[in-house]
Design a binder for this molecule. Structure first.
Ligand SMILES: CC(C)(COP(=O)(O)OP(=O)(O)OC[C@H]1O[C@@H](n2cnc3c(N)ncnc32)[C@H](O)[C@@H]1OP(=O)(O)O)[C@@H](O)C(=O)NCCC(=O)NCCS
Length: 159
């Protein structure tokens, strides 16, 4: 059956599926408690992509978490279930986020990414993010540096 993908805000029922993706995607996954706090935090937004085409509960395929601080945004998390990677899901989420930011008056968005995370860096560059700096040894568990990426929302690309 073809996929019927839809983007919506995270609900409490999504947290287990998000946790499963987190465990397979990040060295230090967010706990269920952190996701509950994100849900209750007025600065935080989490978008999820679900496939509504299957019988039963829709399958959660990916998610994007960011914070809104005045006219700026910070991306904190983006991940896609392994078997659905390279099918445009992260791109869908960034496209939706950047379109919403234009209407909301958000002017810039930034994030930190591991220097070795080529897939994520390529993804962000595709959407107009540029490397603005580096934080030495930012990731304590490995000592790896973080790159700071930033996009001007007006100039940001939506391929
Ligand atoms: C990074 C990640 C979110 C990308 O999700 P995705 O749904 O596979 O990405 P998309 O299919 O939307 O790809 C969009 C673009 O990103 C880039 N990209 C994505 N994965 C890539 C890879 N493995 N290698 C190179 N470029 C890649 C490409 O430019 C791609 O465009 P293209 O397919 O036209 O070449 C996914 O690999 C993931 O969940 N990784 C683990 C979690 C993570 O590292 N998150 C980022 C933390 S900052």
């Amino acid at each position: 059956m073809p996929s019927k993908l839809r983007i919506r805000q995270m609900e409490s029922n999504d947290i287990q599926a998000i946790r499963d993706i987190e465990d397979r995607s990040f060295p230090l996954p967010y706990s269920a408690g952190i996701w509950e706090r994100e849900k209750g935090n007025s600065l935080s937004r989490t978008l999820v992509v679900v496939d509504d085409s299957e019988e039963g509960a829709p399958e959660l395929r990916g998610y994007l978490n960011f914070w809104l601080i005045l006219d700026e945004a910070e991306i904190h998390r983006i991940a896609v279930k392994e078997k659905y990677r390279r099918s445009g899901i992260a791109g869908m989420l960034l496209h939706e986020m950047l379109n919403a930011f234009r209407d909301m008056g958000i002017v810039s968005v930034h994030l930190e990414v591991r220097q070795s995370n080529h897939a994520a860096i390529k993804l962000y560059e595709k959407f107009g993010f540029m490397i603005k700096g580096q934080r030495k040894g930012y990731y304590q568990e490995t000592g790896e540096d973080a790159l700071i990426l930033e996009a001007d929302v007006k100039l940001g690309k939506s391929p």
